[in-house]
Design a protein around this ligand. Sequence first.
Ligand code: AMP
Length: 496
Amino acid sequence: MAVHLLDRIDHWGRIAPEALAHVSADRRLTYGELLDRSDSLARWLEAQFPGSRAPVAVTGHKEPEMLVAFLAAAKSGRPYVPIDVSIPAHRIERIVESSGAAVVLTPERIAALCLESGAEHESKGGRLGGLNRVEGRDPFYILFTSGSTGEPKGVVITLANLEAFVDWMCAEHSFRAPGETFLNQAPFSFDLSVMDLYLSLVNGGTLFSITKDEVANLKKLYEALGRSGVTTWVSTPSFAQMCLIERGFTEAMVPTLRRFLFCGETLAPETASQLLERFPGAAVWNTYGPTEATVATTSIQVTREVLERHSPLPVGREMPGTRVFICAENGQRAPEGERGEILIAGPNVSPGYLGREDLTAKVFFDDAPARTYRTGDWGRERDGLVFFEGRMDGQVKVNGYRIELGDLEANLRALPEVADAVVLPVSKGGRIESLMAFVVPAVAREGSEFEFSSRLKSGLAERVPAYMVPRKFRFLEAFPMTANGKADRRKLTELI
Ligand code: AMP
């Protein structure tokens, strides 16, 4: 029988307690500490909320305590809801409320509880016992992503979903165990981070987090990368593109690097090609998948040969045991080479959105025995490879962040100064660079356009994370209308 994910992680705490599990800024966490503290916190959770399986919300920014709390939640049979500090208080409240979380834990509280509960337990003696941990189809984590109506939606990922993903990646990459250091770029509230976090922990690797302070100060970022010892790089293509601006970002800066794993947005051939040039000892992989199907479902190694044959790049082949197929408009499988919606069916597909049967029924269905998800992505299959060709709806990726334009529009309309709003992507060279908001004001504008848009930006930033706030605002007395009375997005696009 397969070994439980939690046992695979705890194993390192027993055989290599001094080994580093996590490095984040000047903080360090060993596998021994991770084991003891997550056991202690699991015990506290069970004592505090006996019999309840309500989620545990964990807020913070890449602190080692977040890892402790994730494992503690799972060890005590509860899913966790990771919430990065980039999410404003108003939205956190909505997430906590809609998740039904029993408790919200901050890094400070986690540290204090581990101390308390650890000391109490030591005096009684013994290890973790009697707790019903998360098994198979139990929810392991719940990730909240942008929802088109302005309410974030919680994607439920089970232990079985996570194990299917982790097992596939481990089989495909034969990571050294131990011996790898994984770059953690994405905050834990994004599913990309699941790739580095769990691939690192099950292999006894070191997770090397890049913090928001380091990203905001490029000198610090390159210093951190230089001392990271990273062997497996996990990031969005946007982050790598940003690093490539620095000429010194080469093999000499990170000599240990053996592979780049990308996911979350289009990997431009130029980015892959530059990386192969600058890091001749490293392989470049493109992986594709939505949060709803646990991080990634397809992959391909982008070699020189692949670059010569394909532009744009394919997203690859599906993981064994999962089916990816292109669905034509008539609901049938599209013939090879024809465009359609990408569907994913397999053990990595989520049961659905937490408490939202309506949303779940729209995009998930059972195609016995496999759970199936309609991605809303356009794609086509050629030469046994899947190609991603954009979105069918108002979801966009800006710098790797998943944003529903409808989410922003609803939150803009909720501001007292706004009567109506439309948000559109601003693209350059086929890539979305930023967002632009068209607003019909509800009040007479005071001050300049610049002052008014700054006021709206701050109002919006209290409701959505900073990365979602449109860069530019345009004010109109009314929107151009389509024949059926909707705001005419095509005409508005011409105004960008
Ligand atoms: P998220 O749930 O944040 O991972 O976003 C999922 C969406 O990101 C997918 O449905 C795609 O639209 C897009 N996406 C993910 N991976 C890739 C990729 N390798 N290339 C292009 N788009 C991608």
